[in-house]
Design a protein around this ligand. Structure first.
Ligand code: FES
Length: 102
């Protein structure tokens, strides 16, 4: 079995893409090309990405691989985009159904 041990410094460094700016619910934040929208949302304190239609229950990352549609957000005016499989673009405008830290 392969496990990550304290020798993890032997692993290659992860290089970030270029710094870009995106908008989340009207606030400008930093992001790095190559990150997913979901990663940027989580890095900025968002846990609720949308609310369910019927009962307004909070939803966020669940499967993390494009299967469940729990992570959908509005991107550049297009609703219901899966944030976990969508890469950041410079100037992207993201709208969630939740607030930072909620
Ligand atoms: S978390 Fe399941 S589709 Fe994105």
């Amino acid at each position: 079995m392969l496990r990550i041990t304290r020798k993890s410094h032997d692993l290659p460094l992860i290089e970030r893409g270029p710094l870009v700016q995106v908008w989340i619910n009207g606030s400008q934040v930093n992001a790095y090309l190559g990150e997913t929208v979901a990663a940027v949302l989580i890095a900025n304190g968002y846990r609720t990405f949308r609310l369910t239609d019927k009962k307004q229950k909070p939803r966020g990352i669940y499967c993390g691989m494009g299967i469940c549609f729990d992570c959908t957000v509005e991107i550049d005016g297009v609703p219901d985009i899966r944030s976990c499989i969508t890469k950041i673009r410079d100037g992207m405008v993201i709208k969630t159904g939740g607030t930072a830290n909620g």
